[in-house]
Design a protein around this ligand. Sequence first.
Ligand code: AVJ
Ligand code: FE
Length: 431
Amino acid sequence: MSDFKERIASELLAVRSRSLTYTEAEDDLLVRQHSPLMSPLVWDLAHVGNYEELWVLREAGGLTPLRPEIDDIYDAFKTPRKDRPSLPILGPAEARRYIEGVRGRVLDVLDAVDFDDPAPLRRDGFVFGLVIQHEHQHDETMLATLQLSKEPGLVRDGRLPPARPGGPAEVYVPAGPFLMGTDTQPWAYDNERPAHRVDLPAYWIDRLPVGNGAYAAFIEDGGYHDPRWWTGEGWEWRQRQGVFAPLFWTKDGGAWHRTRFGRTEPVPMDEPVQHVSWYEADAYARWAGRRLPTEAEWEKACGWDAGAGRARKYPWGDHEPTLELANLGHRAARPAPLGAYPAGAGPYGTEQMIGDVWEWTGTWFDGYPGFRSFPYREYSEVFFGRDHRVLRGGSWAADPAAIRTTFRNWDHPIRRQIFTGFRCARDAEPA
Ligand code: AVJ
Ligand code: FE
């Protein structure tokens, strides 16, 4: 096998070992639905195998279906999350057997496929990138489900670099055009394409994500009780849901605590805030006299190298993340403290844009000019419009294989159980 194929094989192995780790729990925990917003873990597990069968074995490999009768159950569009527990889904042992059977054949297809084949699923191994990233995305979802299950099982305490206090609060991004999106990243999704010129006025953007300490000041200042800071929809949501703090926060003896993966601890004030909805992020920004960055502002600050006239794959350049550059891949079950990654700074001096927390932007999820759906409308296109806000950068739970400057995630503005925070921006004063 070529080096590239070896690399793909090892990425396939790595993501599968994570999926299996996340589903090591007892059967009862795997088949239970922990929230109507989430699937039972065992559904995610068989779904990633079914997706792999559909795209690699059938579409790219031309093989006949292994178990066509289960396709509908694992089609996210045919079965809404709330219905998944009542379906005849495969049990844990059967699900593991099924995905293993698929995987064996996937490695045969990998061995045989020609990456110079002009068929877009096969060229540059696109279909393998598709399934590897897909499984990573479901792994992150499974981790959020596990957190809701209150099982302490999956807390990891890997060492993260320390906080680095001080430094400027915001960085300046001068006016000028940049190239948004990509035509050249071979595994980029349809929604990241095509690359297109966007001309932005000058703006300021936070050097770091908003921290728990700053967010607690918003709470203490009565931010959750003052409709001035909220959009009409956001205020209605806040009242209806009775929300007064980020998800998992409680006030205990006058101090904020958070309960995650079954463990309660004082809220670390120097960590990026997470588990806030778009509405909360937006309200905080207004309270602070700022606003959320647009998606374009976020991307330009993240990776646009104006001197070189090109976008970097990551803020620091094109080389893969290391322990000193970003907090990705679930090394510890938390964002790193603020300022922990000076070496991971972007071209304008922003830090921690990649990893730690997904960052809400002010932009609705939509197609770029010239968007063409590939390989299927249900990956991106059906979500375009005014239902989902764009999230950028990836969280501590995201894997490097599924993260880059141009990667776009999206979710409903009410979503809080995902690993989401934000940073603020503002227009630069007119010269
Ligand atoms: C890109 C994270 C919004 O997990 O809902 C998973 C990706 N698409 N299966 C999701 C996805 C099909 C999606 N997000
Ligand atoms: Fe999926």
